[in-house]
Design a protein around this ligand. Structure first.
Ligand SMILES: Cc1cc2nc3c(=O)[nH]c(=O)nc-3n(C[C@H](O)[C@H](O)[C@H](O)COP(=O)(O)OP(=O)(O)OC[C@H]3O[C@@H](n4cnc5c(N)ncnc54)[C@H](O)[C@@H]3O)c2cc1C
Length: 392
C-alpha cells in the first residue's frame, strides 16, 4: 500500500495547478462582473483562447482513449484534475472528452457523434429526468413508437445540463410498455441519439446558480432506427452508467472548492481584527478552520479511493455514492463556515463566497440526491452486496 501520488501524478497536478493560477484565477473578477451584469461569464473568444492554451500544454482528452487522440490518464488523474480545476469558479473544462456512454456507439455513430464531440465540434447532453420522474428514474413516461424505419418520440425531459446549447441529446424513452412494466422499468426503454434538427425544442430553466439546465420538448419527433445507442430496450443501464460516472466527480469538485475557500478563510482570519486581536486568535474561528480541514481530508480520500477502485477494474458504485454523499455535504458545510468567518463581507457579491454557496447547494441534489445515495449505501450493506471495510 502506498498512500502518495506517483511522480507522474504529482507532475500533472502541479502543471494543472499552475494553469489554474496563471490562466483562470486572474479572470475571476471579470466573471463576477459579467454575471452581475447578466452577461455570459466568459466571452466565446476568451473560452476558445483558453482551450487552445490547454491544448498546447498537452491537456486535451485527459481520460479519452489514445486511439481517439486523448491522453488516457485514468480515473485517479481525472479526480486530481477535477480537484485542481474546481479551485476556481471560472467556467472551464479541459476539452477533448465525450460522455462515457457514447463509446457504446457503432462505428457510424462514433464517426457522427463521438469524434466530433471529442474534437469540440459538437455539444451533447443526456436526458433521463422528467417532470414526474427524477430520483424515480423507472417512472419515466416519454414514449418512442415505431413507425416504419423511424421511432417517433413524445414527452418532456427536464433539468437537462447543457440542454440549451447541445447539438444532440442522448435521450431515454419507453419502447415497450409491457416489458417496462414487467421489469419495473429496467428493460423496455431505449437510448436514442436525437439531433436538435430532428425537431426537439429546449427552454432555459433559471436556477439558484449562475447557469441553468433546460427542459426538452419532444412532440412527434422522428428518430431514425440507426440512432439507437446500444441495444433496443436496454437503455436503462446506459442511463445508470452515465449518472454513475459523474457521481464521485461531484465529490472531487467539492474537495477542490472547499480547499480554496478554506484558504481564503485562513488568510482573512489573520487580517481581520476585532476587539484588538485578529479573529484567527479566537477559538470559535480556529475550530471552524479545524473542522473544515478534517472534513476536506476525509472527502479527498473517499474520492481517491473511488477513482483508484475504478482504475483497477473493480465495481466502485458503493464508494462513488459514499464519496458523493460525503463530499457534497462537506462542501456545503465548508462554504457556510467560510461565509461565517468572513462576516458581512462574505455575504456580499464583492467576494465569490456567496456564488460558491449557491453553486455548492446543487451538489446535494443532482446525480442522485443525498437521500438516494443513502438508499444505495444502506441497501448494499443490508443485502450483503458490500461488506464493511471491504475496500482497503
Ligand atoms: C442543475 C441540475 C442539473 C441536472 N442535470 C441533469 C441532466 O443533465 N440529465 C438528467 O437526466 N437529469 C439532470 N438533473 C436531474 C437530477 O438528477 C434530479 O433533479 C435529481 O435526481 C432529483 O430528482 P427530482 O428533482 O425529481 O426530485 P425527487 O425525485 O422528486 O425528490 C424529491 C425529494 O424526495 C427525496 N426522495 C425521493 N425518493 C426518495 C426515497 N426513495 N427515499 C427517500 N427520499 C427520497 C429526494 O431525495 C428529494 O429530497 C439535473 C438537476 C439539476 C437541478
Amino acid at each position: 500500500m502506498h498512500l502518495r501520488l506517483t511522480d507522474e501524478q504529482k507532475m500533472v497536478q502541479q502543471t494543472i495547478r499552475k494553469f489554474v493560477e496563471k490562466e483562470l484565477i486572474p479572470l475571476e473578477n471579470d466573471v463576477l462582473r459579467n454575471e452581475r451584469e447578466g452577461k455570459r461569464s466568459l466571452s466565446k473568444e476568451k473560452q476558445e483562447e483558453l482551450v487552445m492554451k490547454a491544448k498546447n500544454a498537452g491537456f486535451w482528452g485527459i481520460n479519452t482513449p489514445e486511439e481517439y487522440g486523448g491522453a488516457d490518464l485514468g480515473q485517479m488523474m481525472q479526480a486530481i484534475v477535477a480537484m485542481e480545476v474546481s479551485k476556481t469558479f471560472v467556467p472551464f473544462q479541459f476539452g477533448g472528452s465525450a460522455d462515457n456512454i457514447l463509446y457504446y456507439g457503432n462505428e457510424e455513430q462514433k464517426k457522427k457523434y463521438l469524434i466530433p464531440t471529442i474534437n469540440g465540434e459538437k455539444k451533447s447532453c443526456f436526458a433521463m429526468t422528467e417532470p414526474g420522474a427524477g430520483s424515480d428514474t423507472q417512472n419515466i413516461k416519454m414514449t418512442a413508437v415505431k413507425d416504419g424505419s423511424k421511432w417517433v418520440l413524445n414527452g418532456e425531459k427536464t433539468f437537462i445540463t447543457g440542454g440549451n446549447e447541445a447539438d444532440f441529446v442522448m435521450v431515454i424513452a419507453i419502447t415497450d410498455k409491457e416489458m417496462h412494466q414487467n421489469t419495473k422499468g429496467r428493460e423496455g426503454v431505449t437510448c436514442f441519439i436525437a439531433d436538435r434538427n430532428m425537431g426537439w425544442e429546449s427552454e432555459y430553466i433559471h436556477t439558484m446558480g449562475e447557469w441553468g439546465p433546460a427542459s426538452l420538448f419532444f412532440e412527434n419527433v422522428p428518430i431514425p432506427e440507426e440512432n439507437i445507442l446500444g441495444e433496443l430496450h436496454k437503455g436503462y443501464n446506459l442511463g445508470l452508467e452515465w449518472i454513475g460516472f459523474a457521481r464521485w466527480i461531484v465529490g472531487a469538485r467539492a474537495v477542490g472548492t472547499a480547499e480554496r475557500l478554506l484558504q481564503m478563510a485562513i488568510d482573512y482570519s489573520k487580517e481581520r481584527e476585532t476587539f484588538g486581536k485578529p479573529i484567527s486568535e479566537r477559538q470559535a474561528i480556529q475550530w471552524q478552520i479545524a473542522d473544515s480541514a478534517v472534513e476536506i481530508e476525509a472527502a479527498r480520500w473517499l474520492v481517491l479511493n473511488a477513482a483508484f477502485t475504478l482504475d483497477h477494474g473493480e465495481d466502485n458504485r458503493h464508494l462513488a455514492s459514499i464519496a458523493k454523499l460525503y463530499g457534497a455535504n462537506m462542501g456545503t458545510r465548508v462554504v457556510d463556515r467560510v461565509m461565517q468567518i468572513h462576516g458581512g463581507m462574505g455575504y456580499t457579491r464583492e467576494l465569490p463566497i456567496e456564488r460558491w454557496y449557491r453553486e455548492a447547494r446543487l451538489w446535494r441534489i443532482y446525480d442522485g440526491t443525498d437521500e438516494i445515495q443513502r438508499v444505495i449505501i444502506s441497501r448494499n450493506l443490508l443485502k450483503g452486496h458490500v461488506k464493511l471495510g471491504q475496500y482497503v
